[in-house]
Design a protein around this ligand. Structure first.
Ligand SMILES: CC(C)(COP(=O)(O)OP(=O)(O)OC[C@H]1O[C@@H](n2cnc3c(N)ncnc32)[C@H](O)[C@@H]1OP(=O)(O)O)[C@@H](O)C(=O)NCCC(=O)NCCS
Length: 183
């Protein structure tokens, strides 16, 4: 769907049945990120059951058309090494907007351009869905914050103590937006 994010990596949108079939792989990436200390909505320790329940709800959301799920797959073989989501179910007065969420890359696959590839694919899906304004938030001072800034996202500001690290310490959150050219 999009050019490879890096050598031997392909990023594509998963159909609802694929999302459901790959719950265990998606959960493994979430578990790896939380074990690595990422603040992505979960506290440590995160159980496999809880992680898989989260991805089953995501798969249901994909089936309902409420979200798009992207997968970064190693080639050949198709092993999942990263994922991202575009949240499409927004109030009726925001039909042009979507939220980006859960941009996750397995620790062993980082710093190869997978995150950037996922973000480019997210933008392509957003345009295909007719969305021209994207919003996201991320941990202030994180690798993710650098990634979004590098890809042209506009930093809105920081909310101190917005979320918690998996170990319970408070962390600051930076909000970003990006406008996409309309078709
Ligand atoms: C944020 C995250 C998704 C980035 O994924 P990634 O695949 O490592 O992203 P990229 O490879 O595109 O970029 C990361 C770094 O690698 C560098 N890089 C990219 N390709 C490279 C290559 N071929 N050789 C060397 N360095 C490279 C980038 O310049 C960037 O450097 P920086 O951190 O110093 O700015 C990943 O760190 C992650 O999953 N973190 C935990 C979860 C999280 O916080 N997600 C965000 C939630 S909003």
């Amino acid at each position: 769907m999009t050019p490879p994010a890096a050598e031997a990596i392909a990023v594509r949108r998963l159909a609802a049945h694929e999302a459901a079939e790959r719950v265990a792989e998606l959960a493994a990436i979430l578990l790896d990120c939380v074990e690595g200390g990422a603040s992505v909505g979960f506290m440590a320790p995160l159980s496999r059951e809880k992680a898989e329940a989260f991805w089953r709800r995501v798969a249901d959301g994909v089936a309902a058309g409420e979200r798009a799920l992207l997968a970064a797959e190693e080639q050949p073989g198709g092993a999942l090494i990263g994922t991202a989501q575009l949240l499409l179910a927004l109030p009726e007065n925001q039909p042009h907007r979507a939220d980006v969420a859960k941009v996750l890359v397995r620790r062993s696959a980082r710093r190869r351009g997978v995150g950037a590839g996922l973000l480019r694919a997210v933008e392509a899906v957003a345009r295909a869905e007719g969305r021209t304004l994207l919003v996201l938030d991320t941990v202030t001072g994180s690798a993710a914050e650098r990634l979004y800034a590098r890809l042209g996202w506009i930093r809105v500001g920081v909310v101190p103590g917005y979320a918690l690290w998996p170990d319970g310490r408070p962390c600051d959150t930076t909000f970003f937006y990006k406008t996409l050219p309309g078709s």
